[in-house]
Design a protein around this ligand. Structure first.
Ligand code: DCP
Ligand code: MG
Length: 384
């Protein structure tokens, strides 16, 4: 397919976790609501049948905002903000606990609804997908509207859709008219609609790169498109600067990958209070083991085993460190993962208090792709 003829849709659910919660608590519609509390923030049912909600101002702890309703965003509350900091901006907003199981369920329902119409789907995470509509002869706007209706019929939720000649432009387009938006973008629209946007709107230009670009006077996509290639190359290296030049021109040849293998599977936890490797040894060891058990469960459920075991630590001062080790055979066994991760832990400085611990299994293989021979050998792997 000639690349300019492609029609790629990016579909992204609106205020996803918050919108799922509003289905449960419809009386909160129109109010600033923040998602991210623990079970202590669960609404209390009163004898008269009404509910008493937890207010942001009453929160103490280290949780972060997963998402918020558009009314809360108007007050400055966004994803990834500390809840206590957000409470200063929106003390009266309602705080609800996160319920990942419910979000996963709605995620599946929305993806199935889209697949019922257009099955060429690339799964990008809990609330977003790309869909290749290139082969459709119907008017794409029509198809996109049918997709929105199907998603709403299945979930009672709204999504925003961007349709464009490639994934990068489709992703930006889906954001242009949020919530409940539909934006169809053609090559001819790039200068008018994409160039005025901040360069960081391009997926792949992170906060650090955006800051470096700003220091060079490059704020918008137009600035980037008109920047001297030599200037970009001097500051960003060859491959990233060439990529920057291409995306600014709206070029992105990546195909929609209808099935993608995960690169790694991980679990991590931020402690309730910072822990010290020696003083809190028993507690840490317990958390560490529990992480490995949950990770092994994830691997089993998803049908993977992996050869690279890694750990991630964050110290109280937020500095992070990672270590990994490669095993001779792939594993999905909690005890083997625990032992290898324990070896990694011995290779990092443990003189300062810790805030976060994570364990990761990479270099994944599907269990059914493994030769059947080494089963006995695996059972004999040593562990502590
Ligand atoms: N999420 C999270 N932490 C983040 C960002 C997102 O836990 N830092 C979760 C909560 C979101 C969901 O992922 O509901 C989807 O992320 P989006 O970026 O798509 O945000 P929303 O769907 O909430 O809002 P929007 O309407 O802007 O898409
Ligand atoms: Mg979303």
């Amino acid at each position: 397919m000639q690349s300019d003829r492609r029609r790629i849709a990016h579909i992204d659910m609106d205020a996803f976790y918050a919108s799922v919660e509003l289905l449960r608590y419809p009386e909160l519609r129109g109010q600033p609501v923040v998602i991210g509390g623990g079970s202590a923030t669960r609404p209390v049912e009163l004898p008269d049948g009404t509910r008493q909600y937890f207010r942001m101002r009453d929160y103490a702890g280290r949780g972060v905002v997963t998402t918020s309703t558009y009314e809360a965003r108007a007050l400055g509350v966004f994803s990834a903000m500390g809840i206590m900091k957000a409470a200063q901006l929106a003390p009266d907003a309602i705080l609800l606990p996160t319920d990942f199981e419910a979000y996963r369920k709605y995620s599946r329902m929305f993806k199935e609804a889209v697949a019922g119409i257009a099955p060429q789907i690339e799964d990008r995470g809990i609330d977003e997908i790309y869909v290749d509509l290139s082969a459709w002869h119907d008017d794409v706007e029509d198809v996109a509207r049918r997709i929105k209706e199907a998603v709403h019929a299945a979930t009672s939720l709204t999504c925003s859709i961007g349709v464009a000649p490639n994934k990068m432009l489709a992703k930006i387009s889906s954001e242009l008219d949020k919530p409940n938006g539909l934006t169809i973008l053609t090559r001819d629209d790039i200068e008018r609609r994409i160039w005025p946007l901040a360069a960081r709107k391009i997926n792949g230009i992170g906060p650090k790169a955006a800051e470096k670009l700003a220091a060079l006077g490059i704020e918008t996509v137009a600035d980037l498109a008109q920047a001297q290639p030599e200037l970009l190359r001097a500051h960003f290296g060859r491959s990233y600067s060439e990529w920057l030049g291409r995306v600014a021109q709206g070029i992105d040849e990546r195909p929609v990958q209808t099935y993608s293998e995960p690169k790694s599977i991980s679990r991590e936890t931020t402690f309730e209070r910072d822990l010290h490797a020696r003083a809190d040894r028993a507690r840490l060891s317990e958390i560490f083991t529990a992480l490995c058990v949950r990770l092994a469960d994830d691997l089993k459920r998803k049908g993977y085993v992996g050869r690279t075991i890694g750990i991630k630590l964050k110290y109280a001062d937020f500095r992070g460190v990672t270590r990994d080790v490669t095993l001779p055979e792939p594993t999905g066994d909690a005890a083997v993962i625990r032992q290898a991760a324990g070896e990694c832990l011995k290779r990092v400085p443990l003189d300062k208090k810790l805030r976060l611990l994570g364990v990761r299994v990479g270099t994944l293989t599907h269990k059914d792709e493994l030769a059947t021979a080494p089963v006995a050998a695996q059972a004999e792997l040593p562990f502590s």
